[in-house]
Design a protein around this ligand. Structure first.
Ligand SMILES: NC(=O)c1ccc[n+]([C@@H]2O[C@H](COP(=O)([O-])OP(=O)(O)OC[C@H]3O[C@@H](n4cnc5c(N)ncnc54)[C@H](O)[C@@H]3O)[C@@H](O)[C@H]2O)c1
Length: 247
């Protein structure tokens, strides 16, 4: 499987390259990045790309999305989009692309987070009257807040609720909690890879579901598996649930 990495010289690009180097049958053929150097050809724009590949994996910035889409269209390539912090308009562009090509999008490529997301609707539905809060923590270089994973988890929780929650991002001052609020809190510091805790707080009992990413390797491995799943599929929008259900 030949992979092309958008954001090849970033933290995730380097991690995928390192996983690929120690995995038989996976070859990195190049990537797009504004940072040059490294062991693979690095291109600035989609129009410059002169290598062939089976799938694109994008871990970069929302501002790179148009290049990702141009490259996928030009090469008629499946694409795995892992970049977070996309605007609703950008998500629409991805949905359009999925009417022509196989596209896999997930804000979290780890098995654990996706299993957590699969149980959240049932917990939210069963724990009627419980207050729900979400705390996420990431390294001090992360650009977007709340994290894409936090947003995915909140979408999963909403599926189990019979009301539309009001999201409260952090609290300060006169801000007593209202029924139906979901507090969302983002911690940023050091080299934290990623932590997400969902708290269901009831009368005299609390349930906490916590996922801790100890290494970026889980996202790299997940994205390579997503690429393998996507190659050969018909056009459409796929996510980790589709992948897990295919197992
Ligand atoms: N879905 C997941 O499982 C998952 C996991 C980890 C990170 N992420 C997301 O992936 C993205 C990248 O994360 P990272 O930690 O590797 O970040 P990073 O900042 O280390 O890497 C981003 C790379 O993109 C490059 N880049 C930025 N703008 C560019 C442009 N206009 N053209 C070309 N290249 C450009 C940068 O030079 C850098 O090398 C973020 O959005 C992050 O939230 C998703």
């Amino acid at each position: 499987m030949k992979l092309f990495l958008v954001g090849i010289n970033g933290k995730m690009g380097k991690m995928i390259s390192s996983v690929a180097e120690s995995t038989d049958g996976i070859e990195i053929v190049g990537g797009i990045d504004v940072v040059k150097g490294g062991a693979y050809p690095v291109f600035e724009k989609a129009k410059d790309v002169n290598v062939d590949f089976d799938c694109i994996i994008d871990f970069s910035r929302p501002s790179t999305l148009d290049e990702v889409i141009s490259l996928a269209r030009a090469k008629k390539s499946p694409v795995v989009i892992a970049t977070t912090g996309l605007t609703p308009e950008q998500v629409e562009k991805i949905n359009d692309l999925a009417t022509e090509l196989p596209v896999f999008r997930s804000a979290n490529m780890s098995l654990g987070v996706n299993v957590v997301e699969s149980v959240l609707p049932a917990l939210a539905s069963a724990l009627k009257g419980f207050d729900i809060e979400l705390i996420e923590a990431h390294h001090n270089q992360k650009l977007d807040a709340p994290s894409g994973t936090a947003k995915q988890m909140l979408e999963a929780i909403e599926k189990g609720l019979d009301y539309k929650p009001e999201y409260v991002n952090g609290r300060e001052g006169d801000c007593k909690r209202k029924p139906g609020d979901i507090g969302v809190h983002a911690i940023r510091g050091g080299s934290i890879v990623g932590e997400h805790t969902v708290i269901f707080a009831g009368e005299d009992e609390i349930i906490e579901i916590k996922h801790t990413a100890l290494s970026r390797k889980i996202f790299a491995v997940g994205s390579i598996k997503a690429a393998g799943f996507l190659i050969g599929k018909t056009h459409g929008l796929y996510n980790m649930t589709d992948y897990l259900e295919s197992k």
